[in-house]
Design a protein around this ligand. Structure first.
Ligand SMILES: NC(=O)C1=CN([C@@H]2O[C@H](COP(=O)(O)OP(=O)(O)OC[C@H]3O[C@@H](n4cnc5c(N)ncnc54)[C@H](OP(=O)(O)O)[C@@H]3O)[C@@H](O)[C@H]2O)C=CC1
Ligand SMILES: O=C1OC[C@@H](O)[C@H](O)[C@H]1O
Length: 459
């Protein structure tokens, strides 16, 4: 019989009060059963439902007052590079109130400016749309953005094709950088960025938000506690069902999902989350790091990008294997209940953990221990919303991580160290190489050019 568990709140990186906490969060949703009233989520995949629990469920008022009296939150000042879909989503998360949204009291965020490579007007419209404070500046170029002395960190939200040149532009200007996934198009580009971050002594992180979500932290803790024994295999999938009867997929050939000029393809956009689950549950937890052997099957689309990629990784010294799957034609689950099974299956010598939901932001895990007589513990998560803005997408936890690292003088995040981003880039590069996927020189070069069209927007 399945036992639905409650999320036991532990002190974690998202919990900053330092004051004693209630041991358990009761399933109270101050916004009603859906917790989503009136929200218009641009990604359209928010999964709040009646069975979810919220963060935070209860904050004792005296705890808050004690913390507020003794600590002034560290404020991180952001510059947003690009004005597309994820720039909008992430920046709205930045603008949520950390205290009332997610029980975070030690850091906060300020949006200083946003820049569009197309026009200043586009940046102005962006700031209006996300209801940024009137103090936020609009720039019509990425160069102006990175030159703003008030900005401490640049969020790079351009297509992956642009990440190397754009992140390097910001690092060269001495800025801390949070760069969207996939970090780069090639492993050599990622290596160059890490070298530059070291040289400039600044913070640099790949924006894999999943790593900072409470569910990821909890699953890593569970594995480390040994509850399912030694993990020997992880199978993870992130796929979307965009198959069309005429043999194409429902993205225009120019869309960044399939356009080689924008480093399109399933692996760099979606498969990276499947890899994230393989890596964060195995490689990340290895004492002695071992690079995996890689075998890949790649289905190429008529544009030349990959439409489906399956990667088998082997860690011979650890006797473990990981399978990362992604496809643009078949969805991970046929329905929202994931009748077809969990998106992520983590198999250990003493049991399994199943993680359900899209791999970039899953909201449920199950622990199935071989010694528990068939009992299954099910734990649900939800994404908290700012009651005032009626917004929350779950990207704020990675922003909080950036703030804490910068406050504490750290140059990389322990939850996603540089070395791990680099090995993941190597795995993806190797898989694409095995499948014969190539990208244009403009986006694969590892030579920085401040005047590259990728930096100037002169496309
Ligand atoms: N973490 C997550 O959940 C998600 C991450 N992503 C990642 O974010 C990145 C951006 O994705 P997304 O926001 O969906 O993309 P969009 O196409 O919606 O936005 C990209 C933005 O980049 C800028 N840009 C600069 N040059 C170009 C160009 N040649 N073609 C298109 N855009 C250009 C544009 O802003 P402007 O003209 O104003 O400079 C544009 O609005 C990708 O790397 C993707 O992997 C995407 C979705 C979800
Ligand atoms: O990072 C992402 O997560 C959500 C997906 O829908 C999107 O394509 C991808 O870029």
């Amino acid at each position: 019989m399945a036992v639905r568990g409650r999320f036991i709140r532990k002190t974690g990186p998202y919990n900053s009060l330092g004051a004693p906490k209630p041991a358990e969060c009761p399933a109270i949703n101050p916004m009603g059963p859906s917790g989503n009233e009136g929200n218009s989520d641009p990604i359209g995949d928010d999964q709040e439902g009646s069975k979810t629990e919220r963060y935070p469920s209860i904050i004792r008022v005296e705890d808050q007052q004690t913390a507020m009296a003794s600590n002034t939150p560290f404020t991180l000042k952001w510059g947003i590079m690009a004005t597309g879909w994820i720039a909008e989503t992430f920046t709205q998360d930045l603008l949520t109130n950390p205290a009332t949204t997610r029980d975070v009291h030690d850091v906060r965020h300020e949006v200083v400016a946003a820049a569009s490579s197309s026009s200043k007007q586009r940046a102005e419209e962006f700031l209006v749309k996300i209801k940024a404070p009137s103090s936020a500046k609009a720039y019509g170029s990425y160069h102006e953005l990175v030159a703003d002395p008030e900005i401490e960190i640049i969020y790079v939200a351009t297509p992956h094709s642009h990440h190397f040149q754009n992140a390097m532009l910001a690092l060269e200007a001495g800025k801390n950088v949070l760069c969207e996934k996939a970090l780069t198009v090639t492993a050599s580009q990622a290596q160059k960025l890490v070298q530059k971050a070291k040289e400039k002594n600044v913070f640099f992180m790949e924006a894999v938000w999943t790593r900072y979500q409470p569910i990821s932290i909890k699953v890593r803790e569970l594995i480390q506690s040994g509850v399912i024994g030694t993990v020997y295999r992880v199978v993870a999938d992130l796929s979307v069902g965009n198959d069309k009867p005429d043999g194409t997929v429902s993205f225009a050939d120019t869309n960044r999902m399939v356009n080689p000029d924008l480093a399109g393809g399933a692996l760099l956009d979606l498969g990276i989350y499947s890899l994230t689950w393989v890596f964060q549950t195995m490689y990340h937890l290895q004492q002695e790091k071992e690079k995996p052997k890689v075998v890949a099957a790649v289905q190429k689309y008529h544009t030349g990008a990959d439409e489906a990629t399956s990667i088998i990784m082997q860690w011979p010294q650890h006797k473990s294997q990981g399978i990362a799957l992604t496809s643009l034609r078949l969805a991970t689950g046929v329905d929202s209940e994931n009748t077809g099974g969990p998106a992520i299956r983590i198999q250990g010598s003493g049991g399994e953990i199943h993680v359900t939901g899209p791999a970039y932001r899953p909201l449920q895990y199950k622990v199935i221990r071989s010694d528990a007589g068939g009992k299954i513990e099910t734990v649900d998560f939800s994404i908290p919303k700012d009651p005032e803005r009626n917004w929350g997408h779950g990207m704020f936890w990675e922003a909080d991580e950036c703030a804490r690292c910068i406050r504490d003088g750290k140059k990389e995040s322990e939850s996603l160290p540089w070395q791990e981003s680099l090995v993941m880039m190597e795995v993806m590069e190797e898989a694409l190489k095995q499948g014969g996927v190539t990208y244009p020189d403009l986006i694969t070069t590892d030579v920085f050019d401040a005047q590259s069209p990728l930096n100037t927007g002169k496309r």
